[in-house]
Design a protein around this ligand. Structure first.
Ligand code: 5GP
Ligand code: ZN
Length: 138
């Protein structure tokens, strides 16, 4: 398959591996946002997080939890951002699902989830919106 991260997992492209088990793999991002920026992915190819089963997603996040604790301790961090660019519109550039662990340090820019999108919509329809989403569960 012509997928960069599948090739990294298969060892066809080198990476700075920090973790590997039967189903998951993690390496240092080659264009890090901060020192220790780590990417965690399932070995099995899924395009987006929302393409995964609930079980696979739960196992992915369990692994992210394990790795982020080690990164936090090893680098002596006070915190990090942990997240996914889910789909091209959200900034995903490699179409193989992966979770970013981005170490944060004082004076590093202070961005957070609230600054990803600058446009803040009206909140007039929150009741209808919540009801609509609630009613869409199978
Ligand atoms: P995305 O933008 O899809 O959420 O994240 C893709 C990430 O993969 C980016 O942070 C980018 O720096 C990283 N990346 C792209 N190509 C390579 C590569 O060849 N090796 C490594 N280690 N990371 C890469
Ligand atoms: Zn892949």
């Amino acid at each position: 398959m012509d997928c960069l991260f599948c090739k990294i997992v298969a060892g066809k492209i080198p990476s700075y591996k920090v973790y590997e088990d039967e189903r998951f793999y993690a390496f240092l991002d080659i264009y890090p946002c901060s020192e220790g920026h780590t990417v965690v992915l399932p070995k099995k190819h899924h395009g987006r997080f929302t393409d995964m089963s609930q079980k696979d997603a739960a196992d992915l996040f369990s692994t992210v939890n394990k790795i982020s604790k080690v990164v936090e301790k090893n680098l002596g961090l006070e915190g990090m951002n942990i997240g996914i660019n889910n789909g091209e519109i959200a900034g995903q550039t490699v179409p193989h699902v992966h979770v970013h662990i981005i170490p944060r340090r004082k004076g590093d820019g202070e961005g957070n989830m609230h600054t990803i999108v600058e446009l803040h919509p009206s909140t007039d329809n929150l009741e209808e919106l919540a009801e609509s989403i609630r009613n869409s569960f199978d």
